[in-house]
Design a binder for this molecule. Structure first.
Ligand SMILES: Cc1ncc(COP(=O)(O)O)c(C=O)c1O
Length: 373
């Protein structure tokens, strides 16, 4: 009988789903990984107009439409002064597919992939699906990833390391100095740096820096998406940016696994990237206000929480039994160990939830914390 592939048998469905299933219908959900804002009108219109004009019916070029890749290229110039050839971009089905392409194209069986722990759940799973060996590394006290820890973890078998800033699940933002170090490590140790920048625009203090800007070799691959910036998670539109030789290898995986990203989503993304950016600024302002509210609430409840400087997550240290107590009282949070062994003793709270609900949830959290202590 045909058995299942070992690499798939090693992967299980994310622990986050289990928490959602355990929650009651009226629960306040602080477990969500997507903005609670509508997709900007001009992005929706971009897709609607393309559909109505019959422009979205057919396959696009495998890499994505020329116009979308030009829009992505212009975005890098506008945001970071980086010159990206539109030929060195592949439009993907979300940041998720972009991560998959980067790992599939660069990891040989058994080779190691270093990533933050706690970190986004896909790094471990996609490494295994690429037949690689996951090498999680712990974080600093402030929940940022220490370049020195990454460098120490590199062996002869290391294929890549993943940097994610702003980060899920911590909300931590890496400094410019750290990003320069990651670029140096990628250059000097000759290992690939996969920089997951899907939260690049959701930064409250300072700004996002990409290691792509600092690397002297082509050892940095950037993954990003419209998903979080434009609240377009359902559209499934992301991209990967890299040197031409890397793009051509990733294209082999993309061409046979996906053919091209969804055409209507490509038109929506082009409109999102080239149209007014005010909706992004407004969303980020709201997230910052909520971040402050959540920080105050958690601190008042007596919890220790590093100040998240981006994304829309906070990750407090929590006492034993805290997540269950909070969940029983109708607030969904995700236990930190869903994001790796080093996440034990923490919980992830998403504040992509309305302010009134957040206030209510923080009162419940305050009560629950007293009970557990
Ligand atoms: C750090 C990180 N990278 C990538 C993704 C995947 O994003 P997408 O919805 O664009 O596939 C997510 C989604 O939650 C994420 O948090």
């Amino acid at each position: 009988m045909t058995d299942f592939a070992d690499r798939v048998e090693q992967v299980s469905i994310s622990g986050i789903r289990e928490v959602f299933e355990a929650a009651g219908e009226d629960a306040i959900n602080l477990g969500l990984g997507q903005p609670d804002f509508p997709t900007p009108t001009h992005a929706r219109r971009g897709a609607i107009e393309a559909i109505e004009a019959g422009r979205a019916d057919a396959y696009t070029s495998n890499k994505g439409t020329e116009q979308l890749r030009e829009a992505i290229s212009s975005k890098y110039d506008r945001d970071y002064g980086l010159e990206i050839d539109p030929a060195d971009v592949i439009a993907t089905s979300g940041g998720s597919e972009a991560l998959h392409l980067a790992l599939e194209a660069h990891v040989n069986p058994g080779e190691e992939v270093i990533f933050p722990d706690p970190g986004f759940v896909s790094y471990d799973a996609l490494t295994r699906i690429a037949d690689g060996t996951p090498k999680p590394v712990g974080l600093r006290e402030d929940l940022t990833l220490d370049p020195a820890a990454v460098e120490d973890a590199i062996t002869e078998d290391t294929a890549a390391f993943v940097v994610n800033s702003p980060a899920n699940p911590t909300g931590a933002v890496q400094s410019e100095a750290d990003m320069r170090e990651f670029a140096r490590i990628a250059d000097e140790r000759d290992v690939l740096c996969i920089s997951d920048e899907v939260y690049e625009h959701i930064v409250f203090e300072g700004e996002h820096h990409s290691p792509l800007k600092f690397a002297e070799t082509d050892n940095v691959v950037v993954v990003s998406a419209c998903s979080k910036t434009y609240s377009m998670t359902g559209w499934r539109l992301g991209w990967v940016v890299a040197s031409n030789r890397r793009i051509e290898r990733m294209l082999r995986v993309h061409q046979y696994g996906q053919a091209c990203a969804s055409a209507p989503a490509q038109y929506a993304a082009e409109a999102a990237l080239t149209g007014p950016q005010e909706p992004v600024a407004e969303m980020v302002e709201t997230f910052e206000e909520r971040r402050d509210l959540v920080l105050d609430g958690l601190t008042d409840a007596g919890l220790e929480v590093p100040t998240p400087e981006g994304a829309f997550y906070a990750m407090p240290k929590v006492p034993d039994g805290w997540c269950d107590e909070v969940l029983e009282r109708g607030v969904v949070v995700v236990p930190g160990d869903a994001f790796g062994a080093n996440g034990a003793g923490y919980a992830r709270l998403s504040y992509a939830t309305g302010t009134e609900e957040l206030k209510e949830a923080l009162e419940i959290i305050d009560d629950a914390t007293r009970t557990v202590r």
